[in-house]
Design a binder for this molecule. Sequence first.
Ligand SMILES: NC(=O)c1ccc[n+]([C@@H]2O[C@H](COP(=O)([O-])OP(=O)(O)OC[C@H]3O[C@@H](n4cnc5c(N)ncnc54)[C@H](O)[C@@H]3O)[C@@H](O)[C@H]2O)c1
Ligand SMILES: O=c1ccn([C@@H]2O[C@H](COP(=O)(O)OP(=O)(O)O[C@H]3O[C@H](CO)[C@@H](O)[C@H](O)[C@H]3O)[C@@H](O)[C@H]2O)c(=O)[nH]1
Length: 434
Amino acid sequence: MFVRRIAVIGTGYVGLTTGACLASLGHHVVCADVDADKVKRLCAGEVDILEPGLAELVSEGIAAGRLSFVLGAPAAVEGAEVVFLCVPTPMGVGGVADLSIVESVIEEVGTLLPAGCVVVNKSTVPVGSAQRTAELIERDDVAVVSNPEFLREGSAVHDFLNPDRIVVGCDQQDAAERVAALYARLGAPTVLTDAASAELVKYAANCFLAMKLSYVNAIAELCDRLGADISDVTEGMGYDKRIGQAFLQPGPGWGGSCLPKDTSAMLQLADAADFEFRLIRATIDTNNRQRQRMVEKVRLAVTGKRGGSLSKVRLGVLGLTFKAGTDDLRDSPALAVAALLRQAGAKLVGYDPALRSGDVRADLDGITLVDDPYQAAEGVEAVVVLTEWAEFRSLDWSKLAGVVARPVVVDTRNLLDPDVVRRAGFEWNGLGRR
Ligand SMILES: NC(=O)c1ccc[n+]([C@@H]2O[C@H](COP(=O)([O-])OP(=O)(O)OC[C@H]3O[C@@H](n4cnc5c(N)ncnc54)[C@H](O)[C@@H]3O)[C@@H](O)[C@H]2O)c1
Ligand SMILES: O=c1ccn([C@@H]2O[C@H](COP(=O)(O)OP(=O)(O)O[C@H]3O[C@H](CO)[C@@H](O)[C@H](O)[C@H]3O)[C@@H](O)[C@H]2O)c(=O)[nH]1
């Protein structure tokens, strides 16, 4: 059954993907944002985030008359049967989830919501938020449902349309069923539960993923110390169906706009429930140490000794986004490691396939951004791979050997084929690899 009018508030990674995908499933969707320029561009079918297939879906939705964009939430909720909240819930003071944007939207639209409509919280919010939202709305004729989103950046459309599961939580069965019905065509397993459980699923899932990564990064460190090989170890672990091969790739620490803030919010959530969640504390601490550990790897590779000085050492950095396939720099481990290298006195020249040298994002302060990986390697003491862009695997390493000051690679993603790099005369340093 198609819904005549869905409102989506917030047109970022989650909101725009939700709006465009729901329109592609046959629903009528009006998306709202506070950013007037963004709304103007979206009305013209222009999508300014790197997400495969999203621009096409937006254009198709507009052309079919099922997708439109308006400025401000009030304009979108008029006549809406379902209102999705997809606004940011960033890390607030002390690590808690900052709900001020969600609450300001509720304040803006609370009295404007049509009778009988369902407000769906798709933003990642702590347990108790659906109840709090209902209290803020103060209306018997409006239900609030939790419907967390599990898409990954870089494959947002694919993940939305091919979900592993749909989770819908509400204390009113009919409202939960109405929301679940929106996804019926996707044929995904659906968990219908209460709001608190649905809200916790999201944090529990993200924290589990972060924990898996901290664990694998720690095992990689152990491999370094014991002379074992992490790729064989993870392969051997991953064939166990209870573990699986996914999310076992060691790296410079996990980052992005979600795992760091959600692990932190989970700690605070547990703390407020008088539970010291030591496992999550250790997961976060291990991640912070991993970034520092990457700097030590570079020190050792460049100077030949632990704790050697990186002062005025020129380094070529390949990859700055938080992972490959996205142009998102939020909480990027690559940028965090780069910042530590700068603090240690190194001079950084960076290249990232998703960024151009004209890109003056504050985060990049101190990194000279160039448009060509070979330019980034000119005269450097080491090439440091920080993001797992596939194109780095097919670089011409002989050509790179001709431009660097010293043929040293620190591959913090275990991305490159060590044999290829070594054949070009480079010393290759990975994580936990023999
Ligand atoms: N990015 C992801 O991969 C992902 C995946 C699952 C869940 N989430 C969660 O979804 C939520 C949104 O994340 P995102 O990455 O899409 O954020 P985003 O920063 O990409 O986009 C948020 C959008 O909301 C708009 N906005 C801000 N205030 C507004 C208001 N008052 N009215 C209307 N629009 C407003 C912003 O202008 C922006 O366009 C967060 O809670 C996040 O944790 C994110
Ligand atoms: O084997 C791996 C997999 C990932 N990463 C790193 O882990 C971080 C997070 O990666 P990923 O989970 O793919 O990115 P997100 O797009 O932030 O997606 C996560 O966060 C979203 C927002 O909550 C959730 O919806 C997704 O399910 C969840 O995977 C990145 O820094 C990756 O480089 C690794 O180091 N090794």
